[in-house]
Design a protein around this ligand. Structure first.
Ligand code: ZN
Length: 73
């Protein structure tokens, strides 16, 4: 009996999908800073202000998802 719909991914397909997503996340640019108050340095999109300090541990650019992460001195 074949009841597998085309939306039901096999376990291998599912695994490949997860792997692809993890690669995407890893590819995302991350910057570690002690204190930062400025703009995303990606000039492909409009200015987006980024602020990171000990009270605000991380900030992501709205446009390109570049991530600034606070790093303890
Ligand atoms: Zn950006």
């Amino acid at each position: 009996m074949m009841r597998r719909s085309r939306y039901n991914l096999s376990s291998e397909e599912q695994e490949a999908k997860v792997k692809r997503r993890n690669t995407l996340i890893e590819k995302k640019e991350k910057v570690y800073v002690e204190d930062f108050n400025g703009y995303c340095d990606n000039t492909d999109h409009p200015l987006f202000s980024i602020k990171v300090n000990k009270d605000k541990k991380f900030a992501a650019c709205y446009y390109c998802s570049k991530l600034w992460i606070y790093r303890e001195k």
